[in-house]
Design a binder for this molecule. Structure first.
Ligand SMILES: [Fe+2]
Length: 176
C-alpha cells in the first residue's frame, strides 16, 4: 500500500497516523510473504492494534471537540473488534492465516479514509468540499490491487489520481 496525497484529510497529524498504519500493514504483508516466524507476525499485529487504538482516539478527540460523530466512532469500534476477533481465532499467528486479514485491513482502511474520514474532515472545514466526481475518482484507486513491499516513506507520490498511470501508485508483488 502506498499512501499518497489523495488520502490527505487536511490535518497533518492524522495524515501521519494514516501513513504509519499503511507502513504497519505493509510490514504485515512482508512478514506474511516472507513466511516469517509466528513471533514476528505477532509483533507486527500487536503494533498494529496499539497504533490503531492510538489513532482512533486522536481522531475521536478531535471530533468530540468539534461536534458529535457517533457513527464514525462506531465504525472505529467495529474495526477494533474485527481485529481482536481475528487475533482470538488465530492465536498462533501463522503466516497462512494472515492473507485474509490483510485483505480486510487494506480494503477497510482505504475505504474508511477516502469515504468516512475525508467526509468528516471536510465537514469540519479541514478539507474543501468536493464534487461527487472527485470523490469517485479517488475511489477508483481502490480498484487497484493493494500491493506492497516497499515500506519506505521516500517513494514518489502522486498529487492527483490519474487513471492512466496506476504504476505510480502500485508496485511490488500483489497480495490480497
Ligand atoms: Fe476514522
Amino acid at each position: 500500500m502506498h499512501w499518497h496525497e489523495s488520502f490527505s484529510v487536511g490535518v497533518k497529524l492524522i495524515d501521519e497516523h494514516h501513513r504509519r498504519l499503511f507502513t504497519l500493514i505493509n510490514e504485515l504483508i512482508v512478514a506474511t510473504e516472507t513466511q516469517q516466524q509466528e513471533e514476528a507476525i505477532g509483533r507486527v499485529l500487536q503494533a498494529l492494534i496499539d497504533y490503531t487504538k492510538l489513532h482512533f482516539r486522536s481522531e475521536e478527540t478531535l471530533f468530540r471537540d468539534l461536534g458529535t460523530f457517533e457513527q464514525h466512532a462506531a465504525a472505529h469500534r467495529t474495526f477494533e473488534q474485527d481485529l481482536l476477533r481475528f487475533i482470538a481465532a488465530n492465536p498462533t499467528n501463522r503466516p497462512e492465516s494472515t492473507p485474509r486479514l490483510i485483505t480486510h485491513l487494506t480494503h477497510w482502511l482505504q475505504h474508511h479514509i477516502l469515504q468516512t474520514d475525508i467526509a468528516t474532515f471536510s465537514e469540519l472545514g479541514f478539507r474543501p468540499r468536493e464534487p461527487q466526481e472527485a470523490i469517485e475518482e479517488r475511489l477508483h484507486l481502490l480498484t487497484h490491487k493493494p500491493t506492497v513491499l516497499i515500506a519506505e516513506d521516500s517513494v514518489p507520490t502522486i498529487s492527483s489520481p490519474n487513471r492512466s498511470s496506476p504504476k505510480n501508485w502500485v508496485s511490488g508483488s500483489g497480495t490480497a
